[in-house]
Design a protein around this ligand. Structure first.
Ligand code: TPP
Ligand code: MG
Length: 421
């Protein structure tokens, strides 16, 4: 560029452009301003519950439901709300740290539940320890909430010698614990549903109503398009062990995206819960960013199926604020301006504001909790990273009761090769 045109350009007066205020997306507005629907009846006749959304708190954490017949007016004890908040903050701390670690090349993969902590933790909190969970990718926090040690959780991500659940043979996030009734995650979408039907059937055969262990099968919105979802709902509708309903909770975290496919492309149905109707079982929708609402619905649903009632499909409406996984870049297929609007409906802030409103916590207490869990993750991580990989022999174990000669030979070859490097 010549110096003449340069100076002409610099003298040019640029028009003052006012950045337009980000328009609030109609979907976000509709979600944020929705009134709470009445508490769902959890029967197959309650069609309204399959379209409208039950919630207890406003997006600012103020109670919408204030029923003098209920504990605290909301139906949730402060201890329960606090226990959930703690786990939600802890999961956020783990997720944030794991995302950073993957970017630094220290772990290979991670799937965060950012923005979905209420949907995950409150559903887990509604269960008893003897209940079973068949989780999908966003439910790792349920395992932590049940007592899965952070050490083992992080070891599974590294696939090190302390990865007692998968012995370094699985991708990160595939935690599992027999003791905690937390079945190892299967990556294959929707497999959780028929498996959960089977586990619920077993619970019904082994235990008597009204006190049966319950099984929760969890999937995402995208998995509702898989054949397994429909297979499971068919069985859930017709299998009646001992003449009773299955102790089964089918739980769908509708985070509105299945990697790059939005939920509108997944189905033309007015909700995912309404799909239960076609199979003759109960369904309902709950605000998945409202821990109190999720807890109340899931507790009522668990009590009902425990006692012998019909199985229930619960759709928790939430939003995947982050990427699908560390292998994904959502800015390539969605408007991240809208994501920011969903992020403003953060479930952790909402529950924290409620507890501050109730004088259970102060702002400083919440900040302290965040710092405490951040610290726990950092210090545990520093030690877990020092744990060596699993022993070479574990590559060849657990298929046969006794290692056959050809595998023993291969193990010896691998060990000899490793000794040379
Ligand atoms: C049967 C099958 N098809 C495709 C995939 C690849 N895949 C992994 S996660 C995913 C999207 C899952 O979306 P959703 O069910 O909404 O759950 P979310 O990840 O949003 O929690 C896909 C397509 C898979 N794991 N299994
Ligand atoms: Mg999804």
């Amino acid at each position: 560029m010549s110096s003449k045109s340069k100076s002409a350009k610099s003298q040019q007066k640029l028009p003052e452009v006012q950045a337009p205020a980000a328009a609030v997306s109609p979907a976000v507005l509709d979600f944020a301003q929705r009134d709470s629907a009445p508490f769902p009846k959890l029967t197959r006749d309650d069609e309204a519950a399959m379209r409208s959304i039950f919630r207890v708190l406003t997006p600012d954490g103020l109670p919408i439901v204030n029923d003098p017949k209920l504990e605290n007016g909301t139906g949730v004890a402060d201890d329960d709300a606090l226990a959930m908040l703690r786990s939600m903050i802890r999961v956020r701390a783990v997720d944030e740290r794991m995302l950073a670690l993957q970017r630094q090349g220290r772990i290979g993969f991670y799937g965060a539940a950012t923005g979905q902590e209420a949907a995950t933790i409150a559903a887990g909190h509604a269960l008893e320890l003897r209940d079973w969970i068949h989780p999908a990718l966003r439910e790792g926090g349920m395992a932590l909430h049940r007592g899965y040690p952070l050490w083992t959780y992080l070891s599974q991500i590294f696939g090190n010698a302390d990865d007692t659940s998968t012995k370094g043979r699985q991708m990160p996030c595939h935690y599992g614990s027999r003791a905690l009734g937390y079945v190892t995650l299967s990556s294959v979408m929707a497999t959780q549903m028929p498996q959960a039907v089977g586990t619920a059937y077993a619970m019904a055969m082994l235990h008597e109503a009204p006190d049966r262990p319950v099984c929760l099968g969890a999937i995402g919105d995208g998995a509702t398009s898989e054949g397994d979802f429909h297979v499971a709902l068919t069985f859930a509708g017709v299998m009646r062990p001992k003449g009773l309903g299955l102790p089964l909770l089918l739980y769908v975290q509708n985070n509105q995206w299945a990697i790059s496919t939005p939920v509108e492309k997944q189905t033309a149905a007015p909700s995912l819960a309404v799909k239960a109707l076609g199979y003759g079982i109960a369904g309902c929708r709950v605000d998945g960013n409202d821990a109190l609402a999720v807890l109340r619905v899931m507790r009522a649903a668990a009590a009902r199926v425990r006692a012998g009632g019909e199985p229930i499909l619960v759709e928790a409406v939430t939003y995947r604020v982050g990427a699908h996984s560390t292998s994904d870049d959502p800015s390539r297929y969605r408007d991240e301006g809208i994501t920011k609007q969903w992020a403003a409906l953060d479930p952790i802030d909402r529950l924290a504001k409620y507890l501050i409103h109730r004088d259970v916590l102060t702002d400083a207490d919440v900040a302290k909790l965040r710092a405490e869990y951040d610290d726990e993750v950092r210090t545990t991580l520093a030690e877990v990273e020092k744990v060596p990989p699993p022993a070479t022999a574990t590559l060849f174990e657990d298929v046969y009761a006794e290692m056959p000669a050809h595998l023993a030979r291969q193990l010896a070859e691998v060990e000899a090769a490793l000794a040379r490097v």
